[in-house]
Design a binder for this molecule. Structure first.
Ligand code: C2E
Ligand code: MG
Ligand code: MG
Length: 395
């Protein structure tokens, strides 16, 4: 048994509620190895609310004596509990998924589910999600003034996440992801500032800034011998501007880039209907030989209909399916069928959210073309990319 008393005073706190004692002890050991001190309980009634309200993570078994996990989540919802929750269960994966959704609908911060018997890799993958959710929660919401100030003072920065060719296992491109650097040096993730930028009319300025900065980095890498593609996220609102294709063409010519290698990732495609000019713009971007990708495929915002409407060359399967593939048969089927649909339509298929070697192996076996995810690399700054992928190879 791991000696948790050797963990520091300020170690993070986990609460495990599971009446299967061996499983709870196994989980306690895994928690200790990731720096959490865990308290174990066999029944929900034994836990003082102050304990789980102040915990850094709560592992909750679904099948418990007296009050089961789903009933307990209802109580937690009433207490406005914001502790990250990981559900554990020996039930079929569709029941676990339904319980995860039920918890989220009660306003709880449910990170995901672990199906018993789970592997250390399953545990690690969920803890990675937990840590990134914690980083996100720690970063402040950005006000319109902060957004304007960040644009004025060049504190919007593209980070780049590599995409790999899953057959050759080589880097084939990078996706640019926006980051806002606060005056104190902290990095804010896009979910915390993109909604503000769009609401206060700075969305187009943000997109254009990201394009220019990413193209600049990309040209530098190309000058040093790389032939990677570059993907940039373009919101539908930018496409409402009919001049966007001409403006992008000018930029591409100025930077002397191969347009096919510039991939414009389009999300929120359901909004196309509210922006009649966006379809025009997409068609003209296709005619000008820029590459278009359907991002987050399979989620509410990106459906089969879009594959019929958009002149795209790439389909990116949403990470929620990819990271659940090993725990949930439904997600696995969705991933496999999305790859088939993409290939039948002549598209390159990219899987987002690869978090383990098992994900890589499964996706390769399914014939997926490209992959992206924390297991390969987290998004990194322009300088880090040059050091890791260019200077490193040259050395
Ligand atoms: P996206 O375009 O689908 O980008 C992928 C997101 O998944 C990134 O989050 C990336 O860090 C995250 N991710 C990658 N691999 C993994 C993994 O293995 N596990 C998990 N859990 N997550 C992974 P990020 O950077 O926070 O961006 C979130 C979203 O914000 C993006 O989703 C995109 O829709 C939007 N976004 C990012 N940059 C821009 C931008 O410049 N303009 C616009 N309009 N939207 C942007
Ligand atoms: Mg994207
Ligand atoms: Mg995506």
């Amino acid at each position: 048994m791991m000696n948790t008393s050797s963990l520091p005073e300020n170690a993070k706190k986990a609460v495990i509620i599971d009446d299967f004692v061996e499983m709870a002890e196994f989980l306690r050991d895994l928690c200790a190895a990731s720096g959490y001190v865990a308290k174990l309980y066999e029944r929900t009634a034994d836990v003082d609310p102050a304990v789980f309200l102040n915990a850094d993570v709560l592992f909750l078994d679904l099948s418990l004596p007296e009050t089961d996990g789903v009933q307990f989540m209802r109580q937690l919802g009433g207490l406005r509990c914001q502790t990250p929750i990981i559900l554990i269960s020996g039930h079929a994966s569709c029941i676990l998924s339904a319980a995860v959704s039920a918890g989220r609908e009660s306003g709880l911060n449910v990170i995901g589910g672990l199906r018993k018997p789970f592997s250390i890799a399953d545990y690690d993958a969920l803890m990675t999600t937990l840590e990134s959710a914690a980083d996100q929660a720690a970063s402040p919401l950005v006000t319109p003034e902060m957004m304007q100030e960040a644009l004025d003072n060049n504190r919007i920065e593209p980070y780049f996440q590599p995409k790999i060719d899953l057959r050759r296992l080589e880097v084939c491109g990078f996706e640019a992801l926006a980051r806002l650097r606060l005056p104190d040096g902290r990095i804010v993730l896009p979910d915390q500032f993109i909604p503000t930028a769009s609401e206060c009319g700075l969305g187009n300025a943000l997109t254009d800034r990201m394009l220019i900065l990413s193209l600049d980095a990309w040209r530098d890498w190309a000058a040093r011998g790389s032939d990677w593609s570059l993907a940039v996220n373009i919101p539908i609102s930018r496409l409402a501007d009919v001049q966007f294709p001409d403006r992008l063409e000018e930029l591409a010519d100025l930077w002397g880039i191969d347009r096919r290698q510039l991939i414009l990732e389009i999300t929120e495609t359901e909004l196309l209907d509210h922006h009649p000019t966006a379809m025009d713009t997409l068609a003209r971007l296709g005619m000008k030989r820029f590459s278009l990708a359907v991002d987050d495929f399979g989620t509410g915002f990106s459906s089969l209909m879009q594959l019929k409407r958009l002149p795209c060359v790439e389909l990116k399967i949403d990470r929620s399916f990819v990271s659940d593939m090993h725990r949930d048969r439904h997600s696995e089927v969705i991933v496999r069928k999305s790859i088939e649909i993409g290939h039948e339509l002549g598209l390159i298929v990219t899987a987002e959210g690869i978090e383990s070697q098992d994900d890589v192996d499964a996706l390769r076996a399914m014939g997926c073309d490209q992959g992206q995810g924390y297991f390969i690399s987290r998004p990194e700054s322009r300088q880090q990319i040059a050091t890791s992928y260019i200077d490193g190879f040259a050395a």
